[in-house]
Design a protein around this ligand. Structure first.
Ligand SMILES: Cc1ncc(COP(=O)(O)O)c(C=O)c1O
Length: 226
């Protein structure tokens, strides 16, 4: 809940003040695929524009960022033409290009891989993957909570868990993270919350098993000075 619950409230405030609302749902929008979790994004559709990255909870290779607009006239800028780019006779002759479809003209058609994934897995297939990583995050959070030498920041809202060795200094937390990374053992992020540095485990691999999560905590424990 946390970050996501106030969406309708924020939308109300924007509406009252005539402000535009853009929501960066690069990571969170993946919940929309999940029948179990989609309702947690209640209010998202009231944004004028929403960004979502399917190279996060969508399992696409980078780049797969999307801009969703509530009203199609928001995408009006795409109809801008320039003589040096647009040749009407070529367009009429059916020559393919991304003009009118993308802000990026000389680029790969990145949407193709997304279309293939949606065709292959469908929305429910992607939703199953989302459910799996969210469940893995909750499992990791429970393991941390039950661990006598680790502190959990909070119950996860997406698939990210913040935790730290109890009583460790910020320098120790930073060193643990760097050592695990440089030794090639684990890729953890870091985040500063409530004035302290936390290890950040972002779970995006749908094949993660409970044993992998226990092994991760063992690694952190083994790198924590006594
Ligand atoms: C909410 C949010 N916005 C933006 C970004 C940046 O995404 P990218 O590096 O794909 O541009 C991230 C990356 O984690 C994110 O979580």
């Amino acid at each position: 809940a946390g970050l996501i619950d106030p969406l309708p409230e924020i939308a109300d405030i924007c509406e009252r003040h005539g402000a535009r609302l853009h929501i960066d749902a690069a990571y969170g929008a993946g919940l929309l695929f999940s029948a179990r979790h989609a309702a947690r994004l209640h209010g998202l559709t009231r944004a004028h524009t929403v960004t979502l990255d399917l190279h996060k909870l969508g399992w696409q290779p980078v780049a797969a960022g999307l801009l969703a607009v509530r009203d199609h006239t928001e995408a009006h800028a795409l109809t801008h033409t320039a003589d040096y780019l647009n040749a009407d006779d070529d367009t009429e002759a059916g020559l393919p290009d991304l003009l009118g479809r993308s802000l990026r003209t000389t680029r790969r058609p990145d949407v193709l891989k997304t279309a293939v994934t949606l065709k292959a897995l469908g929305r429910t297939g992607l939703g199953t993957l989302v459910d799996h990583v969210v469940a893995a995050a909750h499992h990791l959070a429970r393991l941390v909570d039950a661990h006598p030498a680790l502190e959990l920041y909070d119950t996860p809202t997406l698939s990210t868990v913040l935790f730290r060795p109890t009583g460790a200094s910020d320098d120790t937390v930073a060193t643990i993270r760097r050592d695990l990374l440089t030794e090639g053992r684990a890729v953890l992020g870091r985040a500063r919350m409530d004035g302290r540095l936390w290890l950040k485990a972002t779970l995006l691999n749908p094949h993660t098993e409970p044993g992998d999560l226990a092994a991760l905590l063992k690694l952190v424990e083994g790198h924590t000075p006594r």
